[in-house]
Ligand binder design. Structure first.
Ligand SMILES: Cc1cc2nc3c(=O)[nH]c(=O)nc-3n(C[C@H](O)[C@H](O)[C@H](O)COP(=O)(O)O)c2cc1C
Ligand SMILES: [Fe+2]
Ligand SMILES: [Fe+2]
Length: 385
């Protein structure tokens, strides 16, 4: 299966989940998601990671089909999140003598996930340890907090292949997709966004290795042009660098705030994306808010507070360590707009490392001459920023 994913001694045995509703309980994956697993065939045979529990039978069938009566020697455990670890016992039932390769942190988690189970065959590895499989060597490179503490990359030295755990993965099918970079970004900012420093450390560590292909736990193999592209994007995202552009997010019930947001968008001389926070894929809005330097937040006032979707969006930024951005605010209210004050307070308390720009816009129900002028001033300030 998936011929393009095969190197001569590496076979794809992963599965594709097209029934999942939300990945990690929140991310919309309308094109599904893969749980990637491989067989490394050398004098010793290694299985890399397992799959979600709903797909263990298909995965075991894939293994049997490739191995026939041969027995695998090792299961490499890169990450203990259940989308990759939930089928460990199913594998051990079939291959009781298989040895688990894992680090100490993963072992602690293994014991917690499977209370009372005795795991007899363990190969505990340390950072930079190597293991010869015969012709090929595995080198274990710990990548703590990308995005769990036990995460470990593995470099297959002779083939120059990096098994990268969840890093460099994406939602969706295993072949090329439209707007592919959007999906890589939505995955990265959503899942790993908070851990920029740790990702930077991991990137530094692997930069000394010659890498021909990256095999992540989700999505296609990363190779050729995409390899450099993604290494550059990851370096940028992990250091919270931005590109020139504007993200506009708005919350509007009766259309007044929406009209202002749309009007402002037309005044920009740079790239922009606009999102209705009640109706968009919120994680796409968050991902763009990280990508572009300027963020405009437009919100109606709701019971003296922020509209719930605006509040939840701000929380999602804070939770992911949002920084280095320039913020502009549009507020709307019929009798006492509160949004500007509340958003400023939120940034002061939770999102300090961003700059609120000087110009803002206050709307009393609908745009008028004064507030139209304020919109133009916001546009000017952002265009010159
Ligand atoms: C449930 C609800 C609560 C509101 N609470 C306030 C408020 O506390 N202060 C205020 O000035 N306006 C309040 N408003 C009015 C809206 O903020 C105002 O009508 C605004 O113009 C709506 O913008 P929109 O056309 O983009 O929906 C409230 C409106 C609704 C529907
Ligand atoms: Fe994970
Ligand atoms: Fe995962």
């Amino acid at each position: 299966m998936y011929l393009f994913m095969e190197v001569y001694m590496i076979k794809y045995i992963g599965v594709f989940d097209n029934k999942i509703d939300l990945f990690e309980g929140q991310y919309i994956v309308k094109n599904g998601i893969s749980y990637n697993s491989y067989l490394i065939l050398d004098d010793k045979i290694v299985i890399t990671d397992t799959v979600d529990i709903n797909y263990y039978q298909e995965w075991l069938n894939n293994i049997k089909k490739e191995l026939g009566n041969k027995l695998p020697d090792y299961l490499l455990i890169s990450h203990m999140e259940p989308d990759h670890s939930a089928s460990i016992l199913k594998l051990i039932e079939i291959y009781p003598n298989i040895t688990l390769i894992l680090n100490n942190q993963a072992l602690n988690m293994l014991k917690n996930f499977y209370p009372g189970v005795a795991f007899n065959n363990l190969l505990l590895v340390k950072d930079n340890d190597t293991l010869s499989l015969g012709n090929n060597t595995l080198k274990f490179l710990f990548a703590p907090m990308v995005h769990w503490p036990e995460v470990m990359f593995t470099y297959l030295e002779e083939e120059k292949i990096l098994f990268s755990a969840d890093a460099f993965g994406r939602f969706g099918k295993l072949d090329n997709e439209d707007n592919e970079l959007d999906e890589y970004r939505r995955y990265y900012i959503g899942i790993v966004g908070k851990y920029g420093m740790q990702v930077t450390n991991a990137l530094k560590k692997v930069s000394t290795y010659d890498i021909k292909k990256i095999l992540p736990l989700h999505g296609p193999i990363v190779e050729n042009d995409k390899l450099n592209l993604l290494l550059n994007e990851y370096t940028k995202w992990a250091s919270y660098n931005t590109t020139n552009g504007v993200t506009i997010v708005y919350s509007s019930v009766y259309g007044g705030t929406k009209a202002a947001a749309e009007k402002l968008a037309k005044l920009f001389n740079k790239e922009y994306k606009i999102f209705d926070l009640a109706r968009c894929d919120i994680h796409q809005a968050i991902a763009y808010a990280f990508e572009y330097k300027n963020l405009v937040i437009a919100s109606m006032t709701y019971n003296n507070g922020l509209f719930p979707h605006t509040e939840s969006f701000l929380h999602s930024l804070a939770e992911r360590g949002y920084k280095n951005h320039h913020i502009s605010i549009i507020e709307n209210g019929t009798w006492g707009p509160q949004v500007n004050k509340l958003i400023k307070a939120y940034f002061e308390n939770n999102l300090k490392d961003n700059l609120i720009l000087n110009k803002s816009c206050k709307i009393l129900s609908r745009l008028d001459d004064r507030s139209n002028k304020e919109l133009e001033d916001i546009a000017l300030e952002i265009n010159n920023d």
